[in-house]
Design a protein around this ligand. Structure first.
Ligand code: SF4
Length: 764
């Protein structure tokens, strides 16, 4: 072993640390009990040793001077930044006593459980939420719950399965596995996987397919990126109009007879109704709606439909268009009617290894752990379940737009406390930040679990619990494959993993858990028992394993619908009411939403609000990924920050000329909801009718206490974005990519703290 380190620990990355949706194989180099170097694990088939810059910078994260290492309670007023170190026992006792009183006085539904994106959190937070008895688990601030959930629900309704673009990621031998076939084309729809870290998918897989298999690209994106420059077809779409494009492509495929007759006739339901829904989306009309030339739409659709196999890799913008669940339905129809579902190189059904789930969510499992009435409570009291039948039956989120309103007006019942874990609302996801600030200030008791103080914990936190990073925790990952362990390498301060924190509190509210899960490893062993492994045997086997067709035929590709591996009754077909792929969704019909796809204009647009467009003629697209940041994280990590130092607004050169602004100049980005300061970055690769404004910005180097809160109110684009634009299903439709704005020069007369609501009302 070298002098530079004592040992190397192989593990899996999954937040906190690189941020992420996780799954990369990692090597942690340890010296004297500290991580001195982080590298990708070259032997790991999921990521092949390739990791992101955030991970490589993790030693600066783990040992950052401002990392919170001990539990703290607020001692001054909220926003004063006065915190006092306390013990874990005092912290747990405070939560237990306070929440038991709230349960007594107002019912368990009076506590809301808030998380951020799909980090290693769904398990811990649902365990605590349901053990306490609350039905209210949500991604508060995320308007319309517009992050993956709409796409997941659409897939479950129409296909009965989750589906991803096949890049051989379900095989240990990857591209050398004889069962895999390289796609002829990959359609990348609304994502730049080179910069982002999408849900269990990597941009370097697309590059592998291009290099190793000659795969070509069709990219649908309003902004130029790594993949648009290498695409055969780049469809530079008007933000928010993806639904019209998908319906037009469907019409072209059907009318040109480019669809897979055998698959449609044998495995699809509702083909005629689908044609009815798309027949009016002519090339001319769609080109006018989307700003994409008709010939490019035609040629790209033909390339996709007449080459086989092809796949579609889609991104978050498809959750943030109007009526997102319906638009997602329209995209799913494309890979189904072209016969690309669960075939090599197509869109493969993504079952977890041995169908292991990260946490219990089936009816039977929930009742066994949390009592018979948990479901009744989840569906009678859960925020939004009474209004949205779709939401009541799909996933168990509280509807976030309704939740923030209920936190303000207490209608139909009072919310008194918020548990906020892996979510920096005022740095990251909270649309209409002011409304969320008022709502959280309205809570009697807020607990924040995180790694650093940030605008949210400083503004509204009462108790701060320090979370352990992935290098300091035990956990596992069953999303999708392989089944992997996250193995602790070091300890830092008194930090505890989200699992440890939540299991301790869950046991206090649900003592029966002491028998079910005496230790966390017992929890893991119970979850992974279907694999035949335990924590110890999987660890001895290297820490990760792929299933094989003998022991888990349903979790190994391909064409499982033909072999009866998908339906619980073992018959051929799909886990849908008709047993077929439902191009016409019978479940949507039951939930009183459109059973076939439809398109509507964005809530603010040149078509729907021409007067507003007159005043604010630019579409603000927020959310483009930075390779060095994960949502609102890593602005305080020097190796990351030096690569992307400023909150920018990307502007087309012709638009800059119109406004008389120059590259590097600070300007206002504004609309009727407020204004934010951003640094102009010239970008000829974006549309002339839009600006790109990256989200997640706050400045850790600035004053963290109120009213500034690290300048979040001054630079965060969510100030400009409304809530309450959700789809008819309750899911999707957050206006993060379709809000209208204008630019304005900053004059010396401008005071630098613009976002005093009343002051802005007068100025507007
Ligand atoms: S953020 Fe993504 S790329 Fe980075 S380590 Fe995590 S999973 Fe891998």
């Amino acid at each position: 072993m070298s002098n530079a380190y004592d040992q190397v620990i192989k593990t899996t990355a999954w937040s906190p640390g690189p941020g992420c949706h996780g799954g990369c194989g990692v090597e942690l180099y340890i010296k004297d009990g500290k991580v001195v170097r982080v590298e990708g694990d070259p032997d790991h088939p999921f990521s092949n040793g390739r990791v992101c810059s955030r991970l490589l910078a993790c030693t600066q994260y783990f040992y950052h001077p401002e990392r919170i290492l001990h539990p703290m309670k607020r001692v001054g007023e909220r926003g004063e930044g006065k915190w006092e170190q306390i013990t874990w026992d005092e912290a747990f006792d405070t939560v237990e006593t306070t929440w038991n009183r709230f349960k007594e006085e107002s019912g368990p539904e009076s506590v809301i459980f808030i998380q951020g994106t799909g980090r290693d959190i769904g398990g811990p937070i649902s365990l605590l939420c349901y053990s306490y008895g609350s039905p209210n688990w949500t991604q508060l601030g995320l308007a319309g719950q517009s992050c993956y959930t709409p796409r997941l629900c659409s897939q479950m309704n129409k296909v009965g399965e989750f589906v991803v673009a096949d890049c051989s990621q379900f095989f240990e031998k990857r591209y050398d596995d004889p069962r895999f076939e390289f796609p002829k084309y990959i359609v990348i729809w609304g994502q730049n996987p080179a910069s982002g870290c999408p849900d269990a998918f990597f941009g370097h897989w697309v590059v592998d397919c291009m290099r190793k298999g000659g795969t070509k690209l069709i990219v649908i994106d309003p902004r130029a990126n790594f993949f648009t420059s290498r695409a055969d077809y780049w469809l530079q779409i008007r933000p928010g109009t993806d639904g019209a494009l998908a319906l037009c492509m469907t019409k072209l495929i059907i009318e040109n007879d480019w669809y897979d007759h055998d698959f449609v006739e044998k495995w699809c339901y509702g083909f005629d109704e689908l044609y009815e829904a798309c027949k009016d989306y002519t090339l001319e009309r769609t080109s006018e709606i989307t700003d994409i030339p008709a010939d490019i739409i035609y040629e790209a659709t033909k390339a996709y439909a007449t080459n086989h196999p092809c796949s579609i890799h889609w991104g978050l913008p498809l959750d943030q268009v109007p009526e997102a669940t319906s638009v997602d339905d329209a995209v799913i129809n494309l890979w189904c009617i072209t016969g690309n579902l669960d075939v090599p190189g197509g869109n493969v059904i993504a079952r977890n290894a041995w169908n292991v789930t990260q946490y219990p969510y089936s009816t039977a499992q929930l009742q066994e752990l949390y009592g018979d009435d948990i479901l009744e409570r989840i569906n009678s009291k859960r925020i939004g379940a009474a209004r949205y039948k779709y939401l009541a039956h799909m996933r168990s989120w509280g509807q976030p737009d309704m939740a923030v309103q209920q936190m303000l007006d207490g209608n139909p019942y009072k919310i008194r406390s918020a548990w906020i874990q892996t979510s920096n609302l005022f740095g990251g996801q909270a649309a209409n930040m002011r409304k969320h600030y008022k709502a959280l200030m309205n809570m009697e008791f807020n607990v924040v679990v995180d790694t650093f103080l940030n605008p949210t914990s400083q503004a509204i936190g009462d108790l701060f619990l320090p979370a352990a990073s992935f290098a300091e925790k035990e956990s596992f990952r069953a999303w999708y494959q392989p089944l992997q362990l996250i193995r602790p390498a070091v300890t830092v301060g008194e930090c505890k993993s989200d699992w440890e924190i939540n299991l301790e509190l869950a046991r206090r509210f649900n003592p029966s858990l002491n028998d079910v899960y005496p230790t966390f490893k017992d929890y893991v062993n119970e979850r992974i028992k279907g694999s035949g492994y335990t924590w110890d045997t999987l660890s001895k086997a290297g820490g990760w394993k792929f299933p094989d067709p003998e022991t888990s035929p349903s979790s190994v590709p391909y064409r499982r619908y033909e072999k009866g591996y998908l339906r619980p009754d073992g018959k051929p077909g799909f886990r849908t009411p008709t047993g077929k792929v439902e191009l016409y969704s019978t479940l949507n019909e039951e939930y009183e939403v459109h059973p076939v796809s439809f398109y509507v204009e964005p809530p603010e647009s040149r078509v729907r609000t021409p007067e507003l467009y007159e005043k604010y003629p630019l579409v603000m697209v927020s959310g483009r990924r930075s390779p060095v940041y994960f949502h609102s994280e890593h602005r305080n990590i020097p190796w990351c920050r030096v690569c992307d130092p400023d909150p920018v607004v990307e502007v087309h050169p012709e638009v800059m000329k119109q406004y008389g602004i120059s590259d590097g100049e600070w300007v206002w980005v504004e609309n009727d909801r407020g204004r934010i300061r951003r640094k102009v970055k010239m970008n000829p690769g974006i549309g002339k009718h839009m600006v790109s404004v990256p989200h997640g910005w706050w400045l850790p180097e600035k004053k963290g206490t109120g009213p500034e809160f690290y300048d979040a109110w001054d630079i965060n684009c969510n100030i400009l974005i409304p809530t309450d634009t959700q789809s008819e299903s309750g899911y999707g439709g957050g206006a993060y990519k379709t809000t209208l704005v204008r630019l304005a020069r900053i004059t010396p007369a401008d005071n630098m703290h613009p976002n005093d609501e009343d002051e802005w009302k007068d100025k507007r």
